[in-house]
Design a protein around this ligand. Structure first.
Ligand code: MTE
Ligand code: MO
Length: 399
C-alpha cells in the first residue's frame, strides 16, 4: 500500500473509495457523483471520485467543472489513459533500480534510474493531452473514448533532459531519424507483441525539450502516470509520452508497432489507417471555458467571471478572445496567474456583464506563430486533434 500513498493528505480530506462505500448512496450523490458511476480502478483509487468520469478501468476523465482556476492540475484530478493494464505496482518498490536501455547511440548502455538522477536535472510544466481529447464532440461518433475536455491537464515534470543522456552516450548514431520509446508493460500472452506494445517513434526534433522524468507535481510518479520513469515530450500529444519507459532507441525507421503504424493516424472518415497517413504528434493551439458551465445551473445576472484554459501546443499561447454570442462577436480575455513556459496552459478570464437570457460562451486562442483556433473541427476517422472553438462552446442560462 505504501506506493499508493503519494496523495494521502488529499485522500484523507476527500475520502477514499472505502470511505465512499461507508457513506452510502446519498453520501455518494452529495460528494458529487452519480450513484451508478463506475468505481475507480485499484491503481487509481487515490483520485477524487467526484472529480473523475470513469469510462473504463483504463480511461478516466477529469470533469470539466473540476478544473478550477489555478494553473496546475492536481494529480488526483488528472485523467488517466492506459492502452494496456498498468504493470505490477511492485515496480515502484525500488524505483532507483528501474532500468532503461539506450540504443542507436555511440555507446549503447543500460542505465538505472539512480544513474539518470546523477546525469542532469530539469523541470518542465506542460499540457498532457490525449490525442482523442474532444472526440466526444464529433457527431460521427468515432470509436474510442468519447472524451470531452477532460483528457488533459497541466502538470510539472522533473527529470533528466534526453539531450544530457544522449551526450553521455556519445551522441545519436548517424542516420537515425527517430527517437523511439518503449513502454514497460507486461504484454498479454499469445498475441503478436507488435500488435499490443506501446512503442512510439518521434522526429528527432522532439529530443530538444524531452525529459526522462521521475517526478510529477512534486512527487515520485505514480503507477497510474507512468512511474518510476516516463518519457516526456512537451508539445506532443499524450500517446507520445511513454510511461514505464524501458527502452529509448534512436532508429532509422519508425517502429512497426501497431500503435505507431495504424493507431493514431489522421485518417479520412471511411478510410483505412496506415503508415503513410500523418501521425498524431504535435498539439495545436486550443482553449476552452471551464466556468460557468450548464451543469453548474442558472448563472446569476450581473458581473460574471468567464474563465478557462488556453495553450499553444508546440508554441506558446499568445492571446485568447471570448464570445458570449456563439462567436458573432469577440473580446480579448486576460491571462491570470503565472506563466509557466510555452508548453504550459494559461488560465484566462473575461469579466462579463450578463443580463438575464440565454448565452453561448466560446473561447478562441491564438499562438505566437499566429495560428488561431478554428471554428470547425478537422474531420477524421479516429476523432483526433479536436480544437474547434464551436465544439467546445457552452450554452448557459442567466437569470
Ligand atoms: N507505456 C504506456 N505509455 C503510455 C500509454 C500506455 O498505455 N502505455 N498511454 C498513452 C496515452 S494514449 C496517453 S493519452 C497518455 C496518458 O497519460 P496519463 O495516463 O498519465 O494521463 O499516456 C501515454 N503513454
Ligand atoms: Mo491518448
Amino acid at each position: 500500500m505504501r506506493i499508493l500513498e503519494s496523495n494521502s493528505r488529499r485522500l484523507m480530506l476527500k475520502g477514499t473509495a472505502a470511505a465512499m462505500s461507508a457513506v452510502g448512496m446519498a453520501g455518494w450523490a452529495k460528494l458529487g457523483f452519480a450513484a451508478d458511476a463506475k468505481p475507480l480502478p485499484g491503481y487509481a483509487n487515490w483520485k477524487i471520485p467526484g472529480d473523475i468520469i470513469v469510462h473504463s478501468s483504463n480511461t478516466l476523465e477529469t470533469k470539466r467543472s473540476a478544473y478550477g482556476s489555478s494553473v496546475i492540475t492536481p494529480s488526483d484530478q488528472l485523467y488517466v489513459r492506459n492502452n494496456l493494464p498498468p504493470p505490477d505496482p511492485a515496480i515502484l518498490e525500488n524505483r532507483d533500480n528501474w532500468a532503461i536501455a539506450i540504443s542507436g547511440v555511440g555507446k549503447p548502455v543500460t542505465y538505472t534510474l539512480a544513474d539518470l538522477k546523477s546525469m542532469g536535472l530539469e523541470t518542465t510544466a506542460m499540457v498532457l493531452q490525449c490525442s482523442g481529447n474532444g472526440r466526444g464532440f464529433f457527431p460521427s461518433k468515432p470509436s474510442g473514448t468519447p472524451w470531452k475536455v477532460g483528457a488533459a491537464g497541466c502538470v510539472i515534470w522533473s527529470g533528466v533532459p534526453v539531450r544530457d543522456v544522449v551526450k553521455a552516450v556519445g551522441g545519436i548514431k548517424a542516420g537515425a531519424k527517430y527517437m523511439t520509446g518503449t513502454g514497460g508493460e507486461v504484454l498479454p500472452q499469445g498475441l503478436d507483441p507488435l500488435s499490443v506494445i506501446v512503442e512510439r517513434s518521434l522526429p528527432l526534433a522532439a529530443v530538444e525539450d524531452a525529459l526522462l522524468a521521475w517526478e510529477m507535481n512534486g512527487e515520485p510518479i505514480s503507477l497510474a502516470h507512468g512511474g518510476p520513469l516516463r518519457l516526456i515530450v512537451p508539445g506532443y500529444t499524450g500517446v507520445n509520452n511513454i510511461k514505464y519507459i524501458k527502452q529509448l532507441s534512436f532508429t532509422e525507421q519508425e517502429t512497426k508497432a501497431n500503435i505507431m503504424s495504424h493507431g493514431y493516424r489522421i485518417t479520412p472518415v471511411g478510410g483505412t489507417a496506415g503508415p503513410d497517413l500523418p501521425s498524431v504528434l504535435e498539439m495545436s493551439v486550443k482553449s476552452w471555458i471551464n466556468s460557468p458551465l450548464p451543469e453548474d445551473g442558472v448563472v446569476r445576472a450581473g458581473r460574471v467571471q468567464i474563465h478557462g484554459v488556453a495553450f499553444g501546443g508546440v508554441h506558446a499561447v499568445k492571446g485568447v478572445e471570448v464570445s458570449v454570442d456563439g462567436g458573432k462577436s469577440w473580446s480579448a480575455a486576460r491571462f491570470v496567474g503565472p506563466d509557466l513556459g510555452k508548453y504550459a496552459w494559461r488560465q484566462f478570464v473575461f469579466d462579463a456583464n450578463l443580463k438575464a437570457g440565454e448565452y453561448q460562451l466560446a473561447s478562441r486562442a491564438t499562438d505566437t506563430s499566429g495560428a488561431v483556433q478554428p471554428e470547425a473541427r478537422f474531420e477524421n476517422a479516429g476523432g483526433f486533434n479536436n480544437t474547434s472553438w464551436m465544439d467546445h462552446s457552452v450554452k448557459v442560462s442567466v437569470a
